[in-house]
Design a protein around this ligand. Structure first.
Ligand code: ACM
Ligand code: ZN
Length: 722
């Protein structure tokens, strides 16, 4: 008998993972109190709910398939969901006792967050809907409420098309992190993603680019009619799915700049002059709407009316970022409007445009959301919600002007930025990993500024995603998680809780949760040391380490230190289901050669970005026009170059844009005779293990135009024999 008792106690403690989970919550709640005892969720446990909380109960039952009943005082041993008007609307309390679980929320939103916290206290398998019952959860009380009412994420579904199931999956995972706004970037230069029934051409034509579309492919996939859009039924389904998770969708149509797509579908929206198109091989790449055309406002009125019907949000985001005024300066109609309105500066036309859009939005019961540039002059209405993306200073500037502001400086919250120097993604705002958003604080904000902060948002612009869709992991999730976990912490609590606490919660429990959610998240790289002829890799996050060796195929599991006199040949990364770290290696592994090179081309160089920029390694160069079939760019080395790999790329560093859209690469070992070695892919090509030293290499264009007015010429990337 005693033996059975001890065995039960042992089994019981082994199942009691929950008590430790209390210290692994993300975001960390305001107050947690551990209590003694446990509650056991059995297959017969019920979810009972107050009237009005049926959908909250259904939400929980998606993850734990228990019977749902209306609340009944006399029944014990259940998970009870109820409202408590004394709590903040998104606030909740979670009481777990031996008798049952009680989740109370100020509103259904608060109840949802109580449920999310309860799920974090359970085994991670709850997220994959595979949790075995019975399951024990340790007694405790959690009291919690968010610091900010706006906890957002902006997803650019335009540059890379993300269909309805994909967005729903993204929403589901945001909800697990207590994010409550999804700002959907529905139009940009390269696409229009929402059906507007009064103007079907916006999606019938504008939702696709490349091949026979009037919209150039840009960002790759030149041989594909690429794209897609949400029908209005899709939008309704998405909005409802998000609402069940307390996520409000704020639609953005990016105007009056970033409108190249619209201008290709409806060229009459552009300013009234004929641009020179010789450099772009006849392609009109203008992207700014004419402000003086009344017809444009009629079109936008139709768009806003339909968006207002589709999206319940108080706001319609109308963009307003990065508007080049050069086109307005050349337009006689815009100039006449300036005179009529008594404007002295062309930038005032943007204020005029925003105010017109405010009036249109108001007709349909909405306020506008704008990027910070649109509020810079302080002349648009204070009902606008401003998105401060450029810097902390830009946020403070619009806060001082009296605007309610969503704080999202790119250097902290643009999750399309790469996470370390050698990883993929952009770097124009900063290079940062999860530690950076976690470190965001409002210390430099005055009380008055803080009083207008609506909240915090992060974003993922998807220019660099489309050319990475074929990866064996999902680059969107690699870029956004665990950085969204840090966003969650900062947006919910107002500040991070320090790296040590956060990393501990992440690695002891949240990695498993993300794994069960199916997220291909990014881990910290392993540490690599070389000493006394031995290469040692270590990691502190319980993941497994794998390595590759230059010159051998495939990846091997690292199980012991590697004795070698060539440590530079090895690179290590950690993996865990779909998650992975970037590679780590001794510095010599990354070395590149920079032999003396001369760049020549059938196309004249740009005056501002001459070819010598790329010859000097470190800066990019440009041609003076796009490539026409037969054009070439050649790299001739002073001395034949011995290497293991040479990459030649046209286009931006992280994007197949400003490229030769099709063509091939040729190599010469004597500087005279060239042999074709590879087709261009995304504007570039690679030669591996050349059989001799390379004297010259060139890329040849076989398809004219690229939707722009130049080709970017990069330095050659040359990797030594190791
Ligand atoms: C932006 O990143 N242009 C808002
Ligand atoms: Zn104009």
């Amino acid at each position: 008998m005693l033996r059975i008792f001890f065995a039960t106690v042992l089994l019981f403690s082994a199942l009691c993972v929950d008590a430790s989970n209390l210290s692994t919550l993300i975001p960390r709640p305001e107050r947690v109190e551990k209590r003694s005892g446990v509650f056991t969720i059995l297959t017969t446990t019920k979810i009972t709910h107050y009237p009005g909380l049926r959908s909250s109960a259904e939400y929980l039952s998606e993850y734990i398939p228990l019977e749902i009943r209306e609340y009944n005082e006399t029944e014990k041993g259940n998970i009870v969901l109820r409202l408590n008007k004394n709590l903040a609307s998104e606030g909740y309390t979670l009481d777990i006792g031996e008798e049952g679980v009680i989740v109370e929320g100020g509103t259904a939103a608060g109840v949802l967050y109580g449920i999310e916290t309860l799920m974090q206290l359970l085994p991670a398998s709850v997220y994959s809907r595979t949790m075995a019952l019975p399951t024990m959860v340790g007694a405790c009380r959690v009291e919690d409420a968010p610091r900010f009412e706006y906890r957002g994420f902006m997803l650019d579904v335009t540059r890379t098309w993300m269909d309805l199931p994909m967005v729903k999956r993204f929403i589901e995972r945001l909800a697990h992190h207590k994010i409550n706004k999804l700002h959907l970037h529905l139009s940009d230069d390269e696409g229009w993603r929402v059906e507007i029934r009064s103007h079907p051409e916006l999606t019938e034509v504008g939702a696709f680019r490349g091949v026979d579309s009037p919209v150039a492919a840009r960002y790759g996939r030149w041989d594909e009619h690429y794209g897609g859009f949400y029908t209005q039924d899709d939008v309704r389904e998405m909005v409802a799915y998000a609402a069940e998770r307390n996520i409000e969708i704020i639609p953005e149509i990016d105007l009056p700049g970033h409108s190249h797509n619209l201008a290709r579908v409806r060229p009459e929206v552009l300013c009234n002059y004929t641009p020179s198109l010789t450099a772009s091989d006849g392609y009109d790449s203008r992207n700014v709407l004419c402000v003086a055309k009344e017809e444009n406002y009629a079109l936008l009125d139709d768009v806003v009316r339909e968006l207002a019907e589709l999206f319940p949000s108080e706001y319609i985001h109308i963009g307003g970022d990065e508007v080049s005024t050069a086109q307005w300066s050349r337009c006689p109609d815009c100039q006449a409007l300036m005179r009529k309105e008594g404007m002295s500066d062309v930038s005032q036309l943007q204020d005029y445009f925003t105010r017109r859009m405010e009036r249109i939005a108001a007709k349909y019961g909405k306020h506008v959301g704008v990027w910070n540039e649109a509020a810079e002059s302080g002349s648009i209405d204070r009902s606008a919600l401003v998105y401060g993306w450029e810097s902390k200073a830009a946020c403070k500037d619009v806060l001082d002007k009296g605007y309610r502001t969503v704080v999202m400086p790119g250097e902290y919250f643009y999750f399309d930025m790469r996470q370390s120097a050698r990883e993929e993604g952009h770097d124009w705002a900063a290079i940062f990993d999860v530690r950076k958003p976690l470190s965001f604080g409002f210390e430099e904000f005055t009380e008055e500024q803080l009083s207008r902060v609506a909240g915090v948002q992060a974003s993922f612009f998807s220019e660099a995603y489309i050319s990475r869709l074929e990866y064996d992991y999902d680059f969107l999730y690699y870029q956004t998680y665990p950085r969204i976990c840090a966003l969650s912490e900062v947006a919910w609590r107002g500040e991070g809780d320090g790296w040590e606490s956060f990393y501990n919660r992440l690695t002891t429990a949240h990695y498993s949760r993300m794994e069960a959610m199916g997220i291909d998240f990014r881990m910290m790289p392993p540490q690599v040391k070389y000493k006394d002829g031995v290469l040692i890799a270590t990691t502190d996050d319980r993941s497994q380490i794998y390595y590759t060796e230059v010159g051998t195929e495939g990846e091997k599991l690292y199980t012991a230190p590697i004795a070698t006199d060539k440590p530079q040949r090895f690179a290590f990364r950690t993996r865990r289901a779909g998650a992975r770290s970037p590679e780590a290696a001794v510095a010599a592994h990354w070395r590149k050669l920079q032999p003396k090179v001369k760049i020549t081309s059938s196309i004249a160089e740009s005056e501002r970005f001459p070819y010598s920029n790329a010859e000097g390694y470190g800066r990019i160069a440009r041609t003076s026009r796009v490539g026409i079939k037969g054009d070439w760019i050649q790299y001739t080395f002073d001395e034949a170059v011995q290497c293991r790999r040479m990459e030649i790329a046209t286009g931006n560093l992280q994007l197949p844009r400003f490229i030769f859209t099709a063509g091939y690469m040729e190599v010469s070992y004597d500087g005279e005779h060239f042999e074709r070695v590879a087709d261009l892919k995304g504007g570039g090509a690679v030669i591996e293990n050349p059989r001799r030293g390379i004297k010259a290499v060139r890329v040849v264009c076989t398809q004219s135009g690229n939707g722009e007015s130049f080709v970017t010429v990069q330095e050659p990337k040359i990797y030594p024999v190791l």
